[in-house]
Design a protein around this ligand. Structure first.
Ligand code: BGC
Length: 321
């Protein structure tokens, strides 16, 4: 049974909600509330918040039905497929191409458009929603950082350009957030409350942070400072190869990175995704964490599936508004 401590907006919200029993402890009022009442409280408290104009990335508590298009743009490859939202499985072939070099917005958008045509053809209805994961911070439909793709992407209005080019509504989100959404809805984090952190270790280090099933978008913990450097340049998959580290040497440094994440966030579950997670048997025994650490269940498809689900859910909230 959840407890809610008294705060000013809450007190006003609670004025309309009568939920016995009240318990007074050392001058602080604690409320024991039923699930229904707790939802009423949440709904009412939300009315006191000024909504962000960023599209919300929502994760449904129950799997929705229907289909959506998922696109995953990484530093190395661009992939797309149709996703069955009821199961989180791909409903078309996954089509992929290498990320063009240089990875300018024009070149990447041409690649996306060509693989989407090949993945879903021209028969899919125009209202089929889409989501696109990108390797950087996404705010208000624009990519704001570009660690592993061309700097021309910074502030590029990717959501609008893709919506126009693909002729269907597209939600843009961070690639690690997309992978995290997939693991939360269909994978290792399904039904998990508390603090869950997903790390994607590939070209870069991406992170997705969830608190009781809610995403805190764009966490960018791959760029925490470690040994005086950007952690990604030490422990990403590409950095391991560039530095010629064997798995044991890499795991030793990666343990320091994980320890830092645990020191700051105290996660209840850590999920490892991205290209490096596939080789877990070669280094898993060297890793040490306080929280349980598991590999992502969706592996290769997580970015596509999470982007598709987030795109579909964003559309539903817009329709309701
Ligand atoms: C970017 C992140 C991204 C990660 C994985 C990092 O360099 O800053 O936004 O999620 O790479 O692609």
């Amino acid at each position: 049974m959840p407890y809610v401590s008294e705060r000013l907006p809450l007190r006003r919200a609670l004025a309309d909600v009568s939920v016995p029993p009240f318990t007074r402890r050392r001058g602080r009022m604690l409320l024991a509330v039923s699930e229904q009442a707790s939802k009423e409280v949440t709904d009412q408290v939300e009315r006191f918040l000024t909504p962000s104009d960023d599209p919300q990335i929502l994760i449904p508590r129950e799997r929705p039905t229907g289909y959506a298009l998922g696109i995953d743009v990484g530093g190395t490859g661009v992939k797309a497929a149709l996703v069955d939202l009821a199961t989180g499985r791909l409903a078309s072939d996954q089509v992929s191409e290498d990320t063009p070099r240089p990875a300018t917005p024009d070149a990447v958008i041409d690649t996306i458009s060509s693989i989407v045509d090949r993945a879903i053809g021209s028969d899919e209805p125009r209202d089929l929603r889409a989501g696109c994961g990108l390797p950087g911070v996404v705010k208000h439909g624009r990519l704001m950082t570009a660690a592993n793709i061309d700097k021309e992407w910074i502030e590029f209005p990717v959501e609008q350009v893709l919506t126009d080019r693909l002729g269907r509504p597209v939600l843009a989100l961070n690639d690690a957030d997309a992978a995290g959404v997939a693991e939360l809805a269909y994978g290792e984090a399904e039904g998990k409350g508390g603090t869950v952190i997903l790390l994607t270790i590939g070209t870069g280090v991406g992170t997705a942070l969830f608190i009781d099933g809610h995403l805190v978008p764009n966490t960018e913990l791959g760029h925490l400072e470690m040994y005086g450097q950007d952690a990604e340049t030490l422990v990403s998959g590409v950095s391991r190869e560039r530095r010629g580290l064997d798995w044991e040497q890499w795991a030793k440094e990666f343990n320091d990175y994980l320890a830092m994440i645990e020191r700051y966030f105290w996660p209840d579950l850590i999920i490892l995704g991205g290209g490096v997670s596939k080789g877990f048997s070669r280094y898993g025994s060297y890793l040490r964490t306080r929280a349980p650490l598991v590999t992502a269940r969706l592996l290769n498809t997580a970015g596509i599936v999470g982007a598709a689900l987030a795109g579909a859910m964003a559309a539903r909230t817009t329709q309701r508004a």
